[in-house]
Ligand binder design. Sequence first.
Ligand SMILES: [Zn+2]
Length: 300
Amino acid sequence: MRRISISGFVSLLLIRLMFTLRRAGVSKSMVALSGSCRYYGLILAKPPSLGKIHDQMLAVLKEHPEGISEGEMRDALALPSDEQVQFGRRRRDLHYYHQIAKKRIGSKVVYIYVGPREQPLDAAPISSKLRAQAIHAAHGRCGMCGRTIEKHGIALVVDHKIPREWGGKTESDNLWAICEECNHGKKNLFASVDSAAMRSAIKHDSVHVRIGELLKAAGVGVPVPSMWLDIAANQDEWRKRLRELRYLGWVIAASRAGVPGGRFQSAYTLEKFTEWPPDATGWIANYERERAKRNRQKKS
Ligand SMILES: [Zn+2]
């Protein structure tokens, strides 16, 4: 080969660039991300400036730590009408790089600025391979309400178990197939809670703390669907773990919430909680051992 075409030359340059970046600790997948904003966002490890209006939106959010509604934000920015159309998209762009909590106050939904994300939100679409795997694993049954395609004529959609906003990843363990009604109901429920509180609740190592903090994040007196607790606990025995919180003086009431198809799903409402001991799960295991010992002594 005597001649290298221009595109060949550019490819060679790109390969060199990727190699240099990888040596500098930037992974191939990061380099391969398309879009200059994402690209720079990752390499500079700080949220990039997305544009003048994005910056103005951020400034307005930061000026209102108590929260601001979308309408109030539009008014504060006084954007021309052609820019108004782009407002929703811009808010989602910001959400990709910044944690912005959504809170319902009465009938009003407000946005509260939390801080920049450590990493941009995983906004990659679910690949067709992962989608097919989730559908195959479902065997025609909704993972949430249990209705089937065959018997109930439902349609399945592939969805994140732990929402991306709570830090859920787009990987097979975190994907499931659920019916359209359940998906819709789930989206409404997720929209009503504070994502930042949920994100921190499900990060704890102790399963008891994950369950307890999730209930606390939802609030005292607020019924939490068992699905959320199942997700946060991430283990089959979560109901037992939840009951064990009473050893710490917690009071949790069980109730039932309606799900599509006239079925019911259990929910749990936090009534009282206490401070965590240093090692909550260890403390509870020890309490159980002592209790078993006392019971044996009583019998003999
Ligand atoms: Zn369902």
